[in-house]
Ligand binder design. Structure first.
Ligand code: MG
Length: 348
């Protein structure tokens, strides 16, 4: 079989500038990857993160080598072999490898005429709601964003923290949304001692869990916080690939797995199962991503305890449609057609 491949950079405008403890972004660059067998086309996307050493340019630089592997193997169902050979060809660059992995999974499921979750044998009715992220801003703006999210039907919010005014932020948001499930993400901004005193305050506002309280390089600090914390701890920046999972058992309660960190859908599934084997709960997160990638992440939803798959919801305009998300409900059972559910009006 011969497979055709191509890729294209997309600059995506955000609905609002997105600020976390580390900085602000106003646009997101994704790289769309397509793999075609002549009858069906698989679509995927990379959402590179500079925090993990990638940009759209590094993705574009390595994609020719990755797609050469795909064309050489020539069988979109040889997913394990292709992911392994891509990892051998390009060791880092997980978002670039993920884009290809997604496109291949989309193509493989389309060739069989089934949605990807069905290809994996997963139950589409059993999906957690996704959280919707409230980025850092003035307290008034964060309150307004909370109000609109609640109006849009969201019942699970993830609030970015890591500022001098964390207490005021959570107080304002809790007052605006007394009934939502609230999670917070400090994106590494606190010291272990700050984390513990902040967590005590957050517990009073009925926060569900706290994500990445301290820097990833401070693994003993994370362990220290985890041992003493009154709230569950989720690890994100500390939990990147499969080899991190065994360490997380001592340092966190929840593993936040992301396709763009780990390098592919098969690797993400391995991380889910490894996390469970180590007694961790599992969350699947995302970067700011087009539905060309989010639709694939949604296919894993039946395996999760928590979903944080709002990447496309933060965009002003996504050229791709994907799995419908309404009020945080991931409508996997409603996916029409086959593959991941990602599609574009321009390219049916
Ligand atoms: Mg995070």
């Amino acid at each position: 079989m011969s497979l055709d491949t191509d890729f294209e950079r997309l600059t995506l405008a955000l609905e609002d500038p997105f600020t976390i403890a580390r900085g602000t972004q106003e646009t997101a660059e994704n790289v769309i990857v397509r793999v075609s067998d002549g009858d069906h086309e698989g679509i995927g996307a990379a959402a590179p993160s500079e925090h993990y050493g990638e940009t759209s340019r590094t993705v574009e630089a390595v994609l020719p080598d990755l797609l050469a592997v795909v064309e050489e193997v020539g069988d979109p169902h040889a997913l394990g072999r292709i992911e392994r050979r891509m990892r051998e060809a390009v060791r880092d660059n997980p978002a670039a490898r993920t884009a290809v992995s997604i496109a291949l999974h989309d193509l493989a499921a389309k060739r069989l005429g089934v949605p990807l979750y069905r290809y994996w044998g997963l139950d589409p009715r059993n999906t957690p709601k996704t959280s919707f992220t409230i980025g850092l801003d003035t307290i008034e703006r964060m309150r307004e964003k909370t109000e609109s999210a609640v109006e849009a039907g969201h019942t699970v919010l993830k609030v970015k923290l890591g500022t001098e005014r964390d207490r005021e932020i959570i107080e304002a948001i809790r007052a605006e949304a007394p009934d939502v499930r609230l999670r917070v993400d400090a994106n590494e901004a606190w010291t272990p001692h700050e984390a513990l005193s902040n967590i005590d305050v957050l517990a009073d506002f009925d926060v569900e869990f706290v994500e990445q309280p301290v820097p990833a390089e401070n693994s003993r600090g994370l362990e220290y916080v985890h041992e003493r914390s009154s709230l569950p701890i989720a690890a994100d920046e500390s939990c990147v690939t499969l080899s991190d999972i065994s360490h997380m058992a001592e340092r966190a309660d929840i593993a936040n797995i992301k396709l763009m960190k780990c390098g592919g859908l098969r690797e993400a599934k391995r991380m889910v199962h490894a996390a469970r084997a180590h007694g961790l709960e599992v969350m699947l997160g995302c970067m700011i991503e087009s539905n060309a990638a989010i639709a694939a992440a949604c296919q894993l939803a039946p395996l999760l305890d928590y979903a944080d798959l709002d990447g496309s919801l933060l965009l002003a305009d996504d050229p791709y449609e994907g799995v419908a998300i309404r009020g945080g409900d991931i409508d996997l059972a409603g996916v029409e057609g086959s593959g991941t559910g990602a599609r574009s009006d321009d390219r049916p």
